[in-house]
Design a protein around this ligand. Structure first.
Ligand code: CP
Length: 313
């Protein structure tokens, strides 16, 4: 595997999940694979889990790690070809990507959607710019459109926790005061489309995700109806896709509560706003899987890096 950009780069989700679970039993078992190799983690946006778990995964594989908060420390990059760079940008992606490729054997990038310009966000300028001009593999640590490391960790968590041949899994929108991107929800949907599950998405009207991603997944605007007999409830806020980047609804009735959750397990990618997105009683209960999801971020990243390192040899 050269790059890890999206869920589509996973050739067999069951095999990857099985491999990640095997790595989890002995995380340092492939320590020699990354010896002498360097990964550069470039953050255009904040992070806790992605930053530390990807670093931990790389260290488990014996790699050296360079981390740069590119958004605050790097030069402002230009992505358009032929631009007269007499405005805010100081360095072109062409030079930046080639230069970083000389220092790193793998480049991992976090660059969120602006939520201001749908066309530009969907063009994935940062990720695709690095893919085009870097001479080394590129890993998506959450881009405008997807968060495939999170979704792979979620698949690992589901496989560990599921006891049914066909569980019911609900992706539920929840309120949030800020406009958030669609990346986590998009990748979760794409991952669930590869699972044997009764999968339902619930959200208020106006919050439909990109139909090119949800395809024929059942959408239910009545949250209580969607949650009936759920085994797993994955909660996430996202801003409107049709009215791009707008917050149309902050209705607290959509917050996940213990009574709505019933006997289901609760999932969320974190960070989460307590008592806005989900009430304390859920997060503080044994039904919450959020800490284990975050733990599995390391093994998701590790299986991805292992495949990249193995294919590079
Ligand atoms: N879930 C997730 O990606 O967490 P961070 O934003 O803290 O990396």
């Amino acid at each position: 595997m050269k790059h890890y950009f999206a869920i589509n780069d996973i050739d067999s989700l069951p095999e990857w999940v099985e491999e990640a679970r095997a790595i989890k039993t002995e995380p340092r078992q492939f320590e020699s694979l990354g010896k002498g190799k360097t990964i550069g983690l470039l953050f255009f946006n904040n992070s806790l889990r992605t930053r530390l778990s990807t670093q931990k995964a790389a260290m488990n594989l014996g790699m050296e790690v360079i981390v740069m908060n590119f958004g605050s420390e790097g030069w402002a990059l230009e992505y358009e070809d032929g631009t007269i760079m007499d405005q805010g940008t100081s360095e072109h992606i062409k030079e930046a990507a080639q230069v970083i490729s000389q220092y790193c054997d793998v480049i991992a990038i976090r660059a969120f959607a602006s939520l201001a310009d749908k066309e530009k966000d969907e063009a994935e300028l940062v990720l695709n710019g690095f893919k085009k001009y870097a001479s080394v593999p590129v890993v998506n640590m959450e881009s405008s459109v997807g968060h495939p490391l999170q979704a792979l960790a979620d698949a690992i968590t589901l496989s560990e926790q599921n006891t049914k041949s066909k569980p019911k899994v609900v992706l539920s929108w929840a309120p949030h005061p800020k406009a958030l991107p669609h990346a986590v929800a998009n990748s979760f949907v794409e991952m669930m489309q590869r699972q044997n599950a009764d999968f339902v998405i619930t959200h208020p009207e106006g919050y439909d995700l990109d139909k090119r991603i949800t395809k024929d997944v059942q959408i239910e605007y009545d949250q209580n109806k969607a949650l009936e007999n759920a085994d797993f409830v994955y909660v996430k806020n996202w801003s409107s896709y049709s009215d791009y980047g707008q917050v149309l609804n902050q209705d607290a009735k959509w917050m996940m509560t213990k009574s709505k959750l019933g006997h289901a397990k609760f999932m969320h990618c974190l960070p989460v706003r307590r008592n806005v997105v989900v009430e304390d009683a859920v997060l503080d209960s044994a039904q919450s899987l959020v800490i284990e999801q975050a733990n599995n971020r390391t093994y998701a990243a590790q299986v991805v890096l292992k495949k990249i390192l193995s294919d590079a040899d």
